[in-house]
Design a protein around this ligand. Structure first.
Ligand SMILES: [Zn+2]
Length: 351
C-alpha cells in the first residue's frame, strides 16, 4: 500500500514537473526569439528542457514499475484497456517529437552549433504541442483509473473471446476468480443492522437469479475469502459469466445509485421492494439503456451486462453480487453484508 502510494505520487509529480519543464522551455525560446541577443533565454530553455527530460524518465520508470510490480492492476488489464492504449500512443508521439529538439538543444549546449531563429521557433511550437499531448495523456490516465474503456470496433476481439472461454471453463464450477482481483469494498457493516431469520426468509422468497440459467448449487460461497491482500473479507458472491451476459435485477425495487469506483468499476446499488436490503452488482461492462438513479425496477429486469470494469481481471469477467441488510437504504453504501450464496441456493430450491 505504501509503495503503491509513493509510486502514484511520484508518477503524478513527474507529470507536474514535466509540464512545467516543457512549458518553461517554450516560454524561454519565445523570449529568445524576441530578444536574440540575450544568452540567458537559451540557458533557461536548456534548464526547462533538462527538467522535462528528467520528468519523462521518472514518469516512464514509475509507470512501468506500477504496471509490472503489480502494485496496481494486472498488466493484462492495461493491455486490454483501449483508453490506456491511447495514453501510451500519445506518449510515443511525445517521445518521437522530442528526438529532434533534444539533439538540437544538446548541440547548443555543447556549442557545436548556434541557435538560429528558425530552429528556436520550431522547438517552441513542438514544446507547446507536447504540452497539449501530455494534458491529453493525463485525461486518459484519469479515465483509465476510473475504469473507462472505449469499446473496440469488434464487440469481442478474437483473442478476447478465447480468453473469455478459457476463464469461464476454468473457473465456473468453483466460482473463483484469479488472484489479481481485488474486490470492491461493498456494503460495510455499520454496526447497527441486525440480520434476523425473518430477513433471510424474506430474501429467499423474494430473490431471483441475477443471471439466466444460473444454478447456484454449482457455485460455492466465497463470502469469507480474504481480499485486498488479506485486509478484508470479500463479503459477496462472484459469478463467472461471459462478458456481455445480461444481469437481471434479483428483486423488484428501485435503483439507489449508479456508481463507478476504482475497485468495483461500474456498479448498481438497488433497494428491494421491502426497502430492507441493498443489492449491489459490480464490474459491469455497461448499464442497461435508460437506467438511472432511482429507476423503478422489476424482478428479472435487465439492469446491465457482465464485464470486468474496476479491479477485475479482464480475462475473468464476472458478476460481483452482494446483499446487505440496511437500516436506511438512502445510505446505500452501508449495511450488514449477507452471504448471497445460501440465499440463491434456497431460492433455487423453492422453484
Ligand atoms: Zn467479487
Amino acid at each position: 500500500m505504501t509503495l503503491r502510494l509513493v509510486l502514484a505520487w511520484l508518477h503524478l509529480l513527474a507529470l507536474a514537473v514535466g509540464i512545467g519543464g516543457v512549458w518553461s522551455r517554450a516560454r524561454a525560446l519565445d523570449d529568445s526569439l524576441r530578444n536574440p541577443e540575450d544568452p540567458r533565454a537559451i540557458r533557461r530553455a536548456l534548464i526547462g528542457g533538462a527538467w522535462w527530460g528528467i520528468a519523462t524518465v521518472a514518469w516512464l520508470a514509475t509507470g512501468l514499475w506500477r504496471v509490472f510490480a503489480g502494485t496496481e492492476k494486472a498488466p493484462s488489464y492495461y493491455v486490454a484497456n483501449n483508453v490506456f492504449a491511447i495514453k501510451m500512443a500519445l506518449f510515443m508521439v511525445v517521445l518521437a517529437l522530442e528526438i529532434w529538439p533534444s539533439t538540437t538543444l544538446l548541440r547548443w549546449r555543447r556549442k557545436t552549433s548556434e541557435p538560429n531563429a528558425r530552429d528556436v521557433g520550431r522547438i517552441e511550437i513542438i514544446s507547446y504541442v507536447q504540452c497539449a499531448l501530455v494534458a491529453g495523456m493525463a485525461l486518459a490516465a484519469v479515465a483509465t483509473a476510473r475504469g473507462y474503456d472505449v469499446p473496440s470496433t469488434a464487440p469481442l476481439a478474437p483473442s478476447d473471446s478465447a480468453a473469455v472461454a478459457d476463464s469461464v471453463q476454468a473457473s465456473t464450477p468453483a466460482g473463483r476468480v484469479d488472484s489479481t482481483e481485488d474486490d470492491p469494498p461493498i456494503p460495510l457493516p455499520s454496526g447497527t443492522e441486525v440480520v434476523t431469520q425473518a430477513d433471510i426468509d424474506l430474501l429467499v422468497r423474494e430473490i431471483a437469479m441475477p443471471l439466466d440459467g444460473l444454478d447456484p448449487t454449482t457455485l460455492h460461497s466465497n463470502f469469507d475469502e480474504r481480499r485486498g491482500g488479506g485486509t478484508r473479507e470479500h463479503q459477496a458472491l462472484d459469478i463467472m459469466a461471459p462478458r456481455g451476459t445480461p444481469i437481471r435485477s434479483a428483486t423488484s425495487g428501485r435503483v439507489l445509485k449508479l456508481f463507478r469506483s476504482m475497485n468495483g468499476g461500474l456498479m448498481v446499488y438497488a433497494a428491494d421492494s421491502s426497502e430492507r436490503f441493498v443489492l449491489m452488482y459490480a464490474h459491469l461492462d455497461r448499464y442497461a439503456p435508460d437506467l438511472t438513479d432511482s429507476t423503478r425496477i422489476a424482478r428479472g429486469q435487465v439492469i446491465g451486462f457482465v464485464g470486468s470494469t474496476g479491479n477485475a481481471s479482464p480475462n475473468a469477467p464476472h458478476l460481483h453480487f452482494a446483499i446487505a441488510r440496511s437500516a436506511d437504504v438512502k445510505r446505500w453504501s452501508r449495511g450488514k453484508a449477507i452471504d448471497p450464496w445460501p440465499i440463491l441456493v434456497g431460492a433455487a430450491g423453492m422453484r
